[in-house]
Design a protein. Structure first.
Length: 296
């Protein structure tokens, strides 16, 4: 491909992106950032570049980040063994203290990376301004410690930040009505924020490519799913394990008014841009039953 062909290809890519930029201009986009994309420095830079570009072309992104692998590393450093029940971290007093410290550190490192790219960012936790109010969460009736279920989102703080052209970056920590600190599963926090903010898109950056009817058979990849199709897959037993709560979050968000939900492989460079700005996309997109013919 010669120099002229390369430039023409770049122009075609921009033209393909145009209808998506037009449709989602000034719309709220919630990005849940977690998994391996948080531990690999190169991937981290790519994700932050993607989110920054979304902001600069007129989207209103909100980042909700995890930090599970880093929390587990620090729990191990102090001689404790990380414990999980049904994929949720068992969080005692010491683990809660470590989680809040680690998430705060991760939060400010992401703020710094966004600011380096010339976009104003503000890092907050769910404690700030009463952003995330929680109640104690149980896992199949089991007590898993200071793990919170979001009961209320104070959207004013996020709306104020967006209105003043800041990119909010949220750490999933919340307070209950007695001002006890709780760790929140980052998927749950992102879903609650997307619903409360009436987001047009919610994207989960994960360590999987998307949804497969049979995870052992790569040819069964599903790129688009309606809510009823997800319910059908679950009822037929195709979906299980850690994928089940993630899909429930996806359909719950759609039923609550989020137009599109995406599961993307954060290990692939610029997966957010490929999913949002191309006709074919790269992950699995979820949408309401009555919106099959609309743009992604």
């Amino acid at each position: 491909m010669d120099h002229m062909d390369i430039n023409l290809h770049k122009a075609e890519v921009l033209i393909e992106a145009l209808p998506y930029i037009q449709q989602f201009n000034r719309k709220v986009i919630v990005v849940k950032y977690g998994g391996s994309a948080m531990t690999d420095e190169e991937l981290k830079k790519n994700v932050i570049k993607d989110v920054t570009l979304l902001k600069l072309v007129g989207f209103k992104p909100i980042v909700v980040h995890g930090g599970g692998k880093e929390i587990s590393r620090w729990v191990g450093k102090v001689g404790m063994e990380p414990k999980f029940i049904n994929g949720l971290r068992v969080t005692d007093d010491e683990t809660m203290e470590i989680a809040e410290m680690v998430l705060g550190k991760v939060n400010k490192s992401l703020v710094t990376m966004v600011q380096e790219l010339g976009v104003k960012a503000v890092g907050i936790s769910g404690k700030d301004g009463g952003l995330l109010t929680v109640e104690k969460k149980y896992s199949d009736g089991k007590d898993i410690g200071y793990v919170g279920e979001v009961t209320e989102v104070n959207t004013k703080i996020l709306e104020d930040l967006l209105d003043h052209d800041f990119l909010p970056i949220v750490a999933p920590i919340g307070l209950d009505e007695n001002f006890q600190t709780y760790n929140i599963n980052a998927d749950d926090a992102a879903c609650a924020i997307a619903k409360a903010m009436h987001a047009d898109k919610l994207a989960f950056l994960t360590d999987i490519e998307g949804v497969y009817q049979d995870p052992a058979d790569k040819s069964t990849f599903i790129s688009r799913l309606t809510v009823s199709e997800v319910d059908d897959l679950i009822s037929k037993g195709y979906i299980g394990g850690g994928m089940l709560p993630k899909l429930n979050n996806c359909t719950d968000a759609i039923k609550s008014g989020v137009n599109r939900v995406h599961i993307l492989d954060g290990r692939k460079a610029h997966s957010l841009l490929v999913e949002f700005f191309t006709n074919t996309g790269i992950g699995t997109m979820f949408f309401p039953d009555d919106a099959a013919d609309m743009l992604p």
